[in-house]
Design a protein around this ligand. Structure first.
Ligand code: PMP
Length: 397
């Protein structure tokens, strides 16, 4: 436990509840975009045929019907996976825990991008892995760097969020995905592909998943794919899944037995009924439209009110905008002033496994509208002027 850091995001929650506060800190899906009507209907439909079954213990691997439906969903993502290679998990967070348990012995090295998803770092730290962070740029994690590292050190696994990662918001390029697949085939290094946001593409064109690129190559036996209904339907239902090579599937199912026996039967049946009603595709269209508007609102408000005092690349999807102030500005200090001004964000330092970059920050646009984006950016500019020592002059005037 001594290695595991508390999440800076959770610690910020109490401020987000203060009246009038504009929170760009949360990473949560927008509650106003939940398809509550569809979920209600799906709940009724899930209970109608066999209510007792929905309240009963279920299979560790997951509800058979849902695993078939997930296989179909994956097909639309270009991934051919048999239903019996899909393990239903309690959120993709459990997928990360299971991946860590089946792959990592204490002292094994796992490579992660800089910056990286915090709770993945926590899962790997609990497995007592050595976490090595890899530089990344706008194309995602630097695979040349990984090639050089792997030639000198044993590496058990590489963890990537290839689509609009949390917090980086970047898309891993096709060339680098292919390079990772070749590396796994050649060296036996495992690839953990975490893809909760892929369906939330807001602009640009989809890029093939690592799982799809690895199919039919020796890398297939080394590739784990994790995803979730959290960002596209409801995080509270706690249903995700993982696609595992057969040798690892058995072990992961065994570990899951010991952890929680199985994921919630009612949630799984509810989601099964929702998918069977054909509601996911139209809902995804609603989500994409809304998140695109919110992203565009935040991007233009930041450009208008902070100008060159903040640098970022527009994310092609997901919920996060990763940004940096000038190198000498400490985002944690700006946060203190920002709280007083009525806006919060997550300082980026928490997302680095080592050597944090203190001038970085994560901004989430999932729960804001145009008016709040505008006021949030004005307040952020004020906070930066206050804490950042006049950095804003060039930009705000
Ligand atoms: N991976 C990433 C990159 C995430 O951002 C999240 C949620 N914040 C998860 C996994 C876990 O999501 P869940 O367990 O709700 O599926």
């Amino acid at each position: 436990m001594a290695r595991v850091q508390s999440s800076a995001v959770r610690d910020l929650l109490k401020y987000s509840k203060m009246p009038g506060m504009i929170s760009l800190a949360g990473g949560i899906p927008a509650p106003d975009l939940f398809d509550t009507e569809g979920l209600h209907e799906a709940l009724a439909a899930a209970l109608a045929p066999d209510a007792a079954g929905a309240f009963q213990y279920g299979l560790t691997e997951g509800e058979a019907a849902l695993r078939e439906q997930i296989a179909q969903l994956l097909q639309q993502r270009g991934i051919e996976a048999a239903a019996d290679g899909i393990l239903v998990t309690s959120g993709s967070q459990q997928g990360l825990d299971l991946a860590a348990r089946v792959l990592l012995n204490p002292g094994d090295t796992v490579l992660v991008e800089r910056p990286s998803y915090l709770a993945a770092l926590q899962a790997f730290a609990l497995a007592e892995a050595d976490i090595v962070s890899v530089p990344s740029d706008e194309q995602g994690i630097d695979v040349d760097w990984i090639e050089a590292y792997v030639s000198r050190h044993p590496v058990k696994a590489v963890y990537v969020v290839p689509n609009f990662g949390n917090p980086g918001g970047r898309t891993l390029s096709l060339a680098r995905r292919q390079q990772l697949v070749r590396l796994a085939a050649r060296t036996g290094t495992y690839l953990i592909e975490d893809d909760p946001y892929g369906e939330l593409r807001l602009s640009g064109s989809p890029v093939a998943s690592i799982q799809a690129l690895a199919a039919g190559t020796p890398a297939q036996a080394r590739t784990l794919y994790l995803s979730s209904f959290s960002k596209i339907l409801s995080p509270g239902l706690r249903v995700g899944w993982m696609v595992l090579p057969p040798a690892l599937f058995e072990q992961a199912a065994l570990a899951k037995q010991a952890i929680d026996l199985h994921s919630c039967s009612l949630s799984q049946r509810l989601i099964g009924a929702y998918l069977a009603a054909g509601r996911l595709a139209p809902r995804l269209a609603v989500l994409r439209d809304a998140y695109r508007q919110r992203r565009d609102a935040l991007v233009s408000a930041l450009r208008r009110h902070l100008g060159t005092a903040i640098a970022f690349h527009e994310p092609e999807g997901g919920m996060f905008l990763w940004a940096r102030f000038a190198p000498e500005v400490d985002a944690a200090r700006v946060l203190k002033a920002a709280r007083d001004a009525g806006v919060i964000f997550v300082p980026g330092a928490a997302f680095f496994a080592a050597a944090p970059e203190h001038n970085t920050l994560r901004l989430s646009y999932s729960t804001i509208d145009e008016a709040r984006a505008e006021v949030g950016a004005i307040r952020l500019a004020k906070a930066l002027r206050h804490a950042g020592g006049g950095m804003l002059h060039a930009a705000a005037d």
